[in-house]
Design a protein around this ligand. Structure first.
Ligand code: GLA
Length: 380
């Protein structure tokens, strides 16, 4: 299968960690529909680690933990599907998952068949306990081949945290997305570290093999399994805008059964989602502002993306601890004065429209903040 756009959905890990069960999954499925998440494009509901029995069944197959999932996994999958959602699960390239449940090493084909029989549409595949004598590339390809031959379309989500040059070999394994970082935590420091670390790796992402910067922490506010200090709404907006710009999958990690209005407004912003999901699938570029390119570890930077309809998405990001003044020059965007064209900037967070009368637009961006525009090319 070909995955054209970064997958969108919800994953259980950030909030629930090991405390996952049928009730939580079903009520989260309800919430995805009732809160408008499905309608906005969040279609995958993914159960992460800790869903199975500690040992395989006598026939060598994985079995759901009967205390957590008393009606079995097919029942859960059917419920998720009945809501119009797609169903995702988790396994690992090693013999054990990261939380020490059975992994798929040497069981790739039987597990792919089990997942297909349950109606799984998405598999997150971790890298803990992988045998050191085997190359990661080959372990991911094993499962990639098994999934490609299991008789069902299953999005393959590799999770080797960017180690061993993941970005170079993952596209050849059958993975549709690859985790490029260690685990995110609900803190500004974690968001900033991931964002800065991934700027230079933009060139490795593409449709059908997206750079997965890890699940979103938007709306966690310091509560749940991956919680640390929590963040402000301004920081969550910046986080969401960055993940959208950099074509990361948008997998929500907060408790969607209890979202604040501010959280809903961020996660459901249709114009930010549209940047992430743009049909042209072009990667972001960095607009010259005195920086020296992708490897410049600047704390403030300006990103652009040429959209399918000819618009240009422009994001001014300030990860520093103080406010700063940032600018966009039409010349540096590729829109030289001689073209007779300028831009109308539509602010996707505030709704404000600004006509660029000068070649340079500049504005203040608060600490940990951003301004994101969808710019229309118009005659001067
Ligand atoms: C790893 C992954 C996380 C999560 C846990 C589950 O740490 O990176 O995203 O899946 O394992 O144990």
């Amino acid at each position: 299968m070909f995955v054209q756009k970064p997958p969108m959905g919800w994953n259980s890990w950030n909030t629930f960690g090991p405390d996952i069960n049928e009730e939580v999954v079903m009520r989260s499925a309800d919430a995805m529909v009732e809160n408008g998440l499905l309608a906005a494009g969040y279609e995958y509901l993914v159960i992460d680690d800790c869903w199975s029995k500690r040992v395989r069944g006598a026939d060598g197959r994985l079995e759901a933990d009967p205390e957590k999932f008393p009606h079995g996994m097919k029942h859960v999958a059917d419920y998720v599907h009945s809501k119009g959602l797609k169903f995702g699960m988790y396994s690992c390239a090693g013999p054990l998952t990261c939380a020490r449940y059975p992994g798929s090493f040497d069981h790739e084909f039987v597990d792919a068949a089990t997942f297909a029989a349950w109606g799984v549409d998405y598999l997150k595949y971790d890298y803990c306990f992988h045998p050191s004598t085997r190359r990661g590339e080959d372990l991911y390809r094993r499962m990639g081949i098994a999934l490609a031959n299991c008789g069902r379309d299953i999005v393959f989500s590799g999770c080797s945290w960017g180690v061993e040059d993941t970005k170079v070999w993952m596209p050849g394994t059958g993975c549709h997305l690859w985790r490029s970082t260690g685990d995110i935590h609900d803190s500004w420091a974690s968001i900033k570290m991931i964002a800065q670390g991934q700027l230079a790796d933009q060139i490795y992402g593409r449709p059908n093999c997206f750079n997965d910067m890890d699940m979103l922490v938007v709306g966690m506010y310091g509560k749940g399994h991956a919680a640390l200090t929590g963040c402000t709404d301004e920081e969550y907006r910046t986080h969401f805008s960055l993940w959208a710009f950099l074509s990361s999958p948008l997998m929500i990690g907060c408790d969607i059964r209890n979202m604040s209005e501010a959280t809903r407004a961020i996660l459901l912003n249709p114009e930010v989602i549209a940047i992430n999901q743009d049909g042209a699938g072009r990667m972001a570029f960095r607009i010259y502002d005195g920086n020296t390119g992708w490897n410049d570890p600047a704390q403030s930077f300006v990103l652009g993306r040429l959209m399918e309809n000819g618009d240009i998405a422009i994001g001014l990001f300030n990860l520093a601890d103080g406010a700063c003044c940032q600018h966009v020059s039409t010349e540096n965007l590729g829109l030289a004065v001689g073209t007779g064209r300028t831009l109308v900037l539509h602010d996707v967070w505030s709704g404000e429209d600004i006509v660029m009368n000068n070649e340079i637009f500049q504005c203040d961006v608060p600490a940990h903040g951003c301004r994101v525009f969808r710019a229309k090319v118009v005659e001067c």
